[in-house]
Write a protein that binds this ligand. Structure first.
Ligand SMILES: Cc1ncc(COP(=O)(O)O)c(C=O)c1O
Length: 373
């Protein structure tokens, strides 16, 4: 079986988790704090705030950005469902903008066209590990006084020209689900340069408590916390924090291995006009959550996926069109996004993970070419 992904974890992560368990401090504490500090340093952001996953990170970032019921947030539909769900959880309305068919990321021209008096934020997604055109999105946001909350779930380590993902937008949200650059099982992180927002994010991720458990524990006093606003329990555990610290030290190794495999897929598929390989703009670094290919006049995509599955090769559809999923279709009828709809019908994701061997990759390429017909 060749899976769609394999997390790059081993004894070091197991030891770190065991150490956290045996320390007697299992919930959010010093290990989460250390992980946050390291992510902030890595991305170049002033602050990093850990959360239970990226969906909760997006929800909190929207709240911290002041998004409230009645507001509109422009985002792509070509994304995992969590992007739009987070906007709904914040009480706001997602307004879907179409994508650039080369990058599969939100098209800045379509963003500009979707702005209304109710628009309060833009939520670009760095899809499959390729940063969106964040400089263009930021320029639009500045012109219209909007916040930018970047959904960088798969993109820790991605680079967009001069900018590193995590240090460009008002808020950037990462995922540590096992399919992402690095993993803590489940987990998320928000990076921001906004001091006041960072402080508020730390409060509202923990029920709105004015002091954290760790601060109360370390104070050695009977400090009693206050609850001045409504919060959530969106905390990361110290077991996850400990794993995250180890994982972050391996991130560049993981990205180098994934980059090499992606380049090798590109060489192996060169000249095959039945498919299109990923486009990476000059100066960008892709983290390759998976290897996305677009089919050109082949057999139907699902038949190809089924044939590969029968041979023990996992694939996934190339993301989704959120506006076509039943919950959204019922509530947002009549949305038409031609590039998104085409991309979701014509793309599929091939396996790619740091420990994939050349022999495994050759097996995928051979089976895929046969299945194309
Ligand atoms: C683009 C995007 N946004 C958000 C999420 C949600 O991340 P999490 O599973 O950590 O909540 C994902 C996860 O797959 C994603 O790919």
């Amino acid at each position: 079986m060749i899976p769609i992904t394999k997390p790059f974890v081993g004894q070091e992560e197991a030891d770190a988790a065991a150490h956290a368990v045996l320390s007697g401090w299992l919930s959010q504490g010093q290990r989460v704090q250390e992980f946050e500090e390291r992510v902030a340093r890595y991305t170049g952001a002033r602050h990093a705030i850990a959360t239970s996953n990226c969906t909760t990170a997006l929800h909190l970032a929207l709240v911290a950005a002041g998004i409230a019921p009645g507001d509109e947030v422009i985002c792509p539909s070509f994304s995992f469902i969590a992007t739009a769900n987070a906007v709904i959880h914040a009480g706001a309305t997602p307004v879907f903008a179409d994508i650039d068919p080369r990058t599969y990321n939100i098209d800045p021209a379509k963003v500009e066209a979707a702005i209304t008096p109710r628009t309060k934020a833009i939520m670009p997604v760095d899809q499959i590990g390729l940063a969106a055109d964040i400089p263009a999105v930021l320029a639009i946001a500045h012109r219209h006084g909007l916040k930018v909350i970047e959904d960088a779930a798969p993109s820790l380590g991605a680079i967009a020209g001069e900018g590193r993902v995590g240090a460009m937008s008002d808020f950037t949200c990462f995922s540590f689900h096992p399919r992402k650059s690095i993993t803590t099982g489940e987990g998320g992180m928000i990076t921001t340069d906004d001091d006041a927002a960072a402080e508020r994010l730390r409060v509202i991720r923990s029920h709105g408590a004015s002091t954290s458990d760790l601060a109360r524990h370390q104070s050695g006093t009977t400090a009693i916390e206050e609850y001045r606003e409504l919060g959530w329990n969106y905390r990361m555990t110290d077991i996850q924090g400990a794993i995250g610290v180890v994982q972050l030290s391996k991130l560049e190794t993981v990205l180098a291995a994934r980059g090499r495999l992606a380049a090798r897929y590109g060489e192996l598929f060169a000249g095959d006009d039945r498919l299109e390989t990923p486009f990476v703009p000059a100066g960008y670094r892709h983290t390759y959550q998976s290897y996305c290919v677009r089919l050109r006049d082949t057999r139907p995509r699902n038949a190809i996926m089924e044939e590969l599955a029968a041979q023990g090769i996992a694939t996934r559809r190339g993301v989704m069109a959120i506006h076509l999923e039943p919950w959204y279709r019922e509530r947002f009828p009549g949305v038409s996004l031609p590039e998104t709809e085409r991309a979701t019908a014509e793309t599929l994701l091939l396996p790619l993970y740091a420990t994939m061997t050349d022999a495994e990759q050759d097996t995928v390429v051979h089976a895929f070419r046969q299945a194309l017909g």
